[in-house]
Design a protein around this ligand. Sequence first.
Ligand code: ADP
Ligand code: ZN
Length: 666
Amino acid sequence: MTEPAANAPSKDRPPKADRATPASERTARRPARALAASLLVLLALYGGALWVLRPASPGQRVSLDAVLQGAVERRVVTARLLDEDSRVTGRLVLQIGAPPIRFYAAYPHSDAATNDLVRTLFAGGAKINVDSQPVKKLVRFVAQFLLPLVILANLFALLFFFLTRSGGGGASGLRAFGRIGDKRVARSPAALTFANVAAADEAVVELAEVRDYLADPSAFQAMGVLPPKGILLQGPPGCGKTLLARAVAGEAQASFFSVSGSEFVESLVGVGAARVRDLFAQARSAAPAILFIDELDGVGRQRGAGLGGGHDEREQTLNELLVQLDGFSPSEGVVVMGATNRPDILDPALLRPGRFDRQITVERPDVAGRLDILRLHARGKPLADPERDLGEIAASTPGFSGADLANVLNEAGLLAVRERSRSIVRSHLDEAVERVTSGPKRKASVLSAKDRKRIAFHEGGHAVVAAALGKAGALDKLSIVSRGRGLGHLAMLGDDTVLPTRDDMLASVAVAMAGIAAEELVFGQPSAGAEADLARATELARDMAGRFGMSAGVGRVRVLHDTRQVFLGRDYLLTKEVSQPTLEHLDDAVRRILDDQEQVAREVLVDNKGLLKALAESLVRQETLKGDDLRRALADVVPAPLPAPPRNGSTPATRPARARRATAKE
Ligand code: ADP
Ligand code: ZN
């Protein structure tokens, strides 16, 4: 296998920056050129000066002793002392009777040596004159002091310029360093449309509004409605977030500015903020425009969280971003789109109304979606048997992102070319899948058959328990394709209950615990995939016992804050106001709620084992079950017995016999 080909970019992937150099970039480069040119001139001058300063060397070189000896013997005819060069030149007779020759000799640059020389020469009757070489003196001064200084200054200026890599007119001085050069903001003639996006129908529907707004902002104004302003695309890498943003721009014929969040954060304080300002100014002047900020978490990470304080520069940049988001008016025709795969670490301030208040999730495609994406990217490629091959490739690539699939087809094409084959055949595709999967990072995100089965039972468990507890109507989508890093997911329609009762909350805990219960029931042991479920269940149980007075053990007293309201310090506990025994009761109560509800979930799953199996099997096959299909699959669920009220204190579990049966391996 040859490695380089494995990293070949997909042919369809549009270049992030334009090839052609726009005019503004050319002007931005001008100061750099001027600096480089003047540096060359200065170096040439320096070279010239060195040439001028080289000491004179007419005639034959002799030693100073020979000259002194010659002077004593009256053989030196003329002598000329060159002061700057510390050389003596002239004519002397080497051998008696021979004609004098031209000579030169170096003498030490000291007054004593010079005096000695002059005296000896004079005594020998030579014609002496002394040349103080004023021109050389001047040139030496320039070459030794002025030129190095100027050259250094020039070098520093160039270095500074390249380090900050900012454009901007040289005349505007420091301000120029806060500019985002056009090189970093890729502005493209977005030629993509929604037709270039497959398997993201929901996102496309939501983004259609953005397109309508950009295409005609005045229509929104006439209606007096607020247009979209900031949209957050969230999802794993390679699932088409950038693609969607570009497609919106292409559909609306709007300009597209793209920048990565990490590029804002520089070590120079204040530069990031200036860049944000500059970027928004650029987008405004090009309206209608989409300003796409990739890796938003790079700049928008939660402030003030964690130890050691925040990163000053990033906070400044984030603050500026917030100011800019608030600052532009809806009529300006600019929509900001951010992309992240870590929405959980974003600063909550970014997600408030008027900022990134719309969130669109793009997910890894399921089997049908993968087929659509493969078909899209197979266009214009000569496949031997597209219908059968693509279907089978789609089925065998769970966990692949759109980018992976595009890459598979590209790789297959490369292999076909290498083999001089006329068309892309199945073996090329298989080998391409193999290549895209290789590498440790990729392996982790591709599900093995074993994991698929486990996730199917886990997610199926959530759904079965939800249905058994009377929530079938709210079930919306069940999938083993993960949304982010974790397992698959179960989506429930929004509940419009403002005041969930104790039983509602207990049911939610039971549903959350159902995943781990199903895994234990079927595979005999849990896996590491249940952390998020446990976090959610624990939070619910803590709220019940600690905030809502729903557990007899703690009683009708509030001992916890509302976590969602606490941003600073994250002080969850009212420690100062709560006694130690109460805290112990709280711990007990939370644990009891979790244990009891896991028990409920387990019983439901045992009662519905056949149904769970069937559901898991169709999940493994189809990967996603939606709406009515999902509800139909769960129609025959055996309902759970009404949930028991939470026990207080130390009452033992009520149904030990069934519990034992439930945990037994089957
Ligand atoms: P992200 O921004 O989410 O990391 P990109 O939008 O850069 O991902 O996707 C990279 C490439 O993968 C796209 O240019 C496209 O070729 C391909 N791709 C990803 N998702 C899709 C999709 N849903 N439909 C078609 N192509 C896709
Ligand atoms: Zn789960």
